[in-house]
Design a protein around this ligand. Structure first.
Ligand code: NDP
Length: 313
């Protein structure tokens, strides 16, 4: 079995991971990064990124990730493909096993494995992904100015996305499977008070349609009852907001998680409950979930790791 030793192991490669790699490399921590199955993370599935500072004309998600990766490589990050499938944080130095069997002994670990947006599981979602279907209103809402969009879900995220979109789109339809919203009262009120948001209660999505780009959704109202009614809702954008799944399963035996599975960090730091283990990006953030906030927390994690190593020495 191959064994590697490093001062810093970075697990996951979105904006948080690459930024942590740039900082830890420049601080001579000789980091090893495991990129995961989707190098670059969620941003590689978006098209234009127009809100990452420094790109006045915008940049595509994949290009932004390629640039961050190249910057990390320039300073010597050892970037490896594959995932970390097992960790042992009961020992110091910390241990991790990659899916190819490589064992990594690390003084510090930065977890930046991100979160995965949940999809309904309709085959059409993949077909129209990036051509009408999105799981991020802040990323893609701008392309739907003065158009009609739908948001699926009835939680706080769905309400936030619907409110955000209501300031851009002409009309927003919220597709809610129950007869009530799950979101907090204040968010519910804001949504219900907004004149261009229409909430479609007791409604499920059966499929999507369109020629090349999305043109609408096939909906079912009161599914499985004698009031069942099927109809088509013409929309240009279809936003999934049924929750995110933080990618924390591998660490859950060691690292403290909140009720929804996100890693808990000490206030104003990236420190987890395990000395030497830090968390950055969406894996520890259900609130902001932006590329720039993830990059910022990757920087913080690198500085926290560097400080930890100095203190240990
Ligand atoms: P939630 O799990 O709270 O809500 C998910 C919503 O999607 C629910 O309405 C659920 O319906 C619906 N849903 C789930 N699966 C399906 C499906 N297959 N088909 C149709 N609808 C489905 O997720 P959120 O992302 O909204 O929130 C996660 C956590 O983050 C919550 O604790 C929330 O309060 C918090 N949050 C806080 C914010 C803030 O404080 N500003 C902002 C955003 C999130 P149903 O109700 O029927 O189960």
């Amino acid at each position: 079995m191959t064994e590697l030793k490093t001062k810093c192991l970075i697990i996951g490669s979105g904006p948080a991971g690459y930024t942590a790699a740039i900082y830890t490399s420049r601080a001579n921590l000789n980091p090893i990064m495991y990129e995961g199955y989707q190098p670059g993370g969620q941003l590689t599935t978006t098209t234009e990124v127009e809100n990452f500072p420094g790109y006045p004309e915008g940049i595509t998600g994949p290009q932004l990730m390629d640039d961050l990766r190249a910057q990390a490589l320039r300073f010597g990050t050892d970037i490896r493909s594959g995932i970390i499938s097992e960790v042992n944080f009961d020992v110091h130095p910390l241990e991790a096993i990659a899916d190819d069997g490589t064992r990594i002994i690390a003084d510090t670990v930065i977890i930046s494995t991100g979160a995965t947006a949940k999809y309904l599981g309709l085959p059409d979602e993949q077909e129209f992904n990036g051509r009408g279907v999105s799981a991020c209103a802040t990323c893609d809402g701008f392309f739907y100015r003065k158009k009609r969009v739908a948001v699926v879900g009835g939680g706080d995220t769905a309400c936030e996305e619907a409110l955000y979109l209501s300031n851009l789109a002409a009309e927003v339809f919220m597709i809610v499977r129950k007869d009530h919203l799950r979101a907090s009262k204040v968010m519910q009120r804001r949504v219900l008070d907004k004149s261009n948001i229409k909430v479609l209660f007791n409604t499920n999505t059966k499929g999507l349609y369109g020629d090349e780009v999305l043109e609408g959704a096939h909906l079912i109202e009161h599914m499985g009852t004698d009031r069942q009614r099927e109809y088509d809702l013409p929309v240009d954008g279809f936003f999934l907001a049924i929750g995110h799944q933080p990618n924390t399963e591998v660490f859950s035996r060691f690292v403290k998680l909140d009720d929804t599975g996100y890693i808990k960090t000490e206030p104003d730091t990236t420190m987890t409950n395990i000395p030497g283990v830090f968390a950055a990006g969406d894996v520890a953030d259900h609130r902001y979930r932006q590329a720039i906030t993830a990059a910022g927390s990757g920087c913080k994690a690198a500085l926290d790791a560097e400080r930890y190593i100095t203190e240990q020495e």
